[in-house]
Design a protein around this ligand. Sequence first.
Ligand code: FES
Length: 162
Amino acid sequence: MCTNELLHEKFVELDTFIDGLEEKEGSLITVLHKTQEIFGYLPKEIQLHVARKLDIPAAKVNGVVTFYSYFTETPRGEYVINVCMGTACFVRGAEEILKDLQDKLKIKSGETTPDGKFTLDALRCVGACGLAPVVMVNGKVYGRVKLEQVDNILNEYKGEEA
Ligand code: FES
């Protein structure tokens, strides 16, 4: 299937989801979650499509996308690494772990490596404070992470190349 057909199918899936909603008003966040699930990210053209379908201003859609850190306007890497920067994790060294990941991946928080493999993000408390400091990779939780473990965690995901 060519890229255009694939893209067309994704739009059809999104439109079917929106058309199936009983209540369109007030469903913007639900629709954006679904949209990001389908497309992987929320570029401006897709935000505009959502705005037209829901009959609301594009600025409103963009306001929600930029307000919630969960939503992203840029493509994500194959592996999304989240470092919790909530208070419990911060006092237990999350900042050093984030800095080490930034140095090793040569990207800043919020960015994706040029090969599309890793995206790095800092999050607020992820609700696992007892395990602080917490790092998550595609939802898999690593607790009480020490600086010396960072290489091992990265290698788990670089593994297939070796
Ligand atoms: S502060 Fe990191 S899990 Fe709560």
